[in-house]
Design a protein around this ligand. Structure first.
Ligand SMILES: [Ca+2]
Ligand SMILES: [Ca+2]
Length: 130
């Protein structure tokens, strides 16, 4: 019973456990980041159909509006379709919060890898062989 799904906890208990209860003023950047993830998901998931999941259209809007920079500003439908297919682990045509958070985790890891790469090689590469 350690499935990471805040929405599931909300629905079962009629509200988030005190440890998860969102205050108006997050006490740390990390808490603030977590709240932003949740708020951002619901900002788009509530637009059509099931308000707890992202449809293809909602996911596309979220990707373009919120992650356009990381995803190369791609307005390519194929790219969105590919992300959707990769994310939709249970193949129900919708991206739930757990599936969404996996994307955010993967993107964060990718960003961290990039950051680590930058730190070890700060000189701009100019086509030179290494
Ligand atoms: Ca929806
Ligand atoms: Ca799904």
């Amino acid at each position: 019973m350690s499935k990471i799904c805040p929405l599931h906890l909300f629905k079962d208990n009629g509200g988030p456990p005190s440890a998860l209860r969102m205050s108006k003023e997050p006490s740390s950047n990390l808490e603030s980041a977590m709240q932003m993830l949740i708020k951002t998901f619901h900002k788009y998931s509530g637009k059509e159909g099931d308000k707890y999941t992202l449809s293809r259209g909602e996911l596309k809007e979220l990707l373009l509006e919120e992650l356009g920079t990381y995803l190369g500003g791609s307005k390519d439908n194929e790219a969105v379709e590919k992300v959707m297919n990769d994310l939709d682990a249970n193949n129900d045509g919708e991206v739930d919060f757990t599936e969404f958070i996996i994307l955010m985790g993967a993107l964060t890891v990718a960003c961290n890898d990039f950051f680590l790469d930058c730190k070890t090689d700060e000189k701009p590469k100019d086509g030179g062989s290494a």
